[in-house]
Design a protein around this ligand. Structure first.
Ligand code: PLP
Ligand code: COI
Length: 345
């Protein structure tokens, strides 16, 4: 039988959606109510709806993987439930009980399980979203909300697949500042990154590496992934200063590195240190980590009109080891010693 998503080879990121979606409403006084699964389709909205004006919105991103033996696995979904609530709290939105989040995923994904592709590199991307729905133009927290989940069968996030990407280091525009909302998953952070992304793309780069807002000196993260630098046997990743998203893949890489007895440093790392490391050969690999991007090798950084090639623009050994270890767990190919897999049944 033909898969509902068509040819798995042709899947791109986030353009196709499954047949159903989950939604649940919240209102002050009533709390969460009216949870339901229905056919995927548009919402009717009052033009004054709060989210459309002041961006009171948070979201999550995770994936369902089809194991070779047919099991359907999520990767650390309780971490997404928790991060959603941390994001919500920072934008004065109500917390969603973790059971609602997990039960909704369970029911919705099992219902649309035929949409989970199973060829290498493909999965079902899950987008839980919480929006402010009160129709009101005052700048105030909404009294009504809608939480919903949509599903999208996806292929690789980057056109390059598991091949080194070239990244533009942005030294003027800023994604997020300490004290702001860079450490939560809210739409505004992505809107703020669009111009930088657009300019980078015009120059032929697939992503932007953001620096800190105050000094334009310390490395923060890439548009949709955290970053890691490999110095021989040591891994360095920017510490969570408050303007970086605490990635669940980032946390998983740190734990895997410790298991592998690699030294891990979470600290501030300046762009000068990175470039110096590339020039002297001490920095041997760089990669990004994220749900959509998985582990993505970085082959070149462009900073102030100069290209800096890392590992001759080739995928490095340590990058490949992390990639393999992570996808082996995500696709259920190895024993889940860390308790990260969450089977839906
Ligand atoms: N940083 C940003 C800005 C992101 O959008 C993402 C993607 O979710 C990440 C990092 C990686 O986070 P995670 O590993 O939880 O997907
Ligand atoms: C994810 O990796 O889940 C993301 O949210 C990245 C995205 C903004 C495309």
């Amino acid at each position: 039988m033909r898969a509902p998503y068509g040819d798995a080879e042709k899947l791109v990121f986030g353009r196709m959606f499954t047949e159903h979606m989950f939604s649940i409403k919240y209102s002050e006084g009533q709390g969460w109510h009216d949870g339901k699964i229905q056919k995927y389709g548009p919402f009717m909205m009052d033009p004054a709806t709060a989210v459309l004006h002041y961006a009171q919105e948070v979201f999550e991103g995770l994936k369902a993987y089809k194991a070779a033996d047919g099991r359907i696995l999520l990767f650390r979904p309780e971490q997404n439930a928790r991060r959603l609530n941390r994001s919500a709290a920072k934008l004065c939105m109500p917390e969603l009980p973790e059971e609602i989040f997990l039960n909704a995923l369970q029911e919705l994904i099992l219902l649309d399980q035929d949409w989970i592709p199973d060829t290498p590199g493909t999965s079902l991307y899950i987008r839980p979203t919480l929006i402010a729905t009160e129709a009101f133009l005052g700048v105030d927290a909404s009294k009504e909300y809608l939480f919903y989940i949509i599903l999208s069968p996806v292929g690789a996030y980057f056109k390059a697949g598991f091949n080194p990407v070239s990244i533009y280091v942005e030294d003027k525009l800023v994604r997020a500042a300490v004290g702001g909302v860079g450490d939560i998953k809210t739409g505004g952070n992505y809107a703020a990154s669009l111009l930088g992304g657009f300019r980078a793309e015009q120059k032929g780069f697939s992503q932007v590496l953001w620096l800190d807002a105050r000094e334009h000196k310390y490395v923060e993260e890439v548009g949709a992934m955290n970053v890691f630098f490999v110095f021989g046997e040591k891994i360095v990743t920017p510490m969570l200063t408050g303007s970086i998203l605490p990635g669940i893949t980032r946390d998983s890489v740190i734990r895997l590195a410790k298991e592998m007895e690699l030294e891990v440093e979470e600290r501030r790392i300046s762009i000068d240190e990175v470039l110096e490391g590339i020039k002297t050969g001490k920095l041997t690999e760089m990669f990004g980590s994220g749900t959509a991007a998985v582990i993505s090798p970085v082959g070149m950084l462009h900073y102030q009109d100069t290209n800096y090639y890392i590992n001759n623009n080739q995928v490095g050994n340590i990058t490949k080891i992390f990639y393999d270890k992570l996808i082996d767990i995500q696709y259920g190919r190895v024993e889940d010693k860390l308790g990260w897999s969450y089977e839906l049944k």
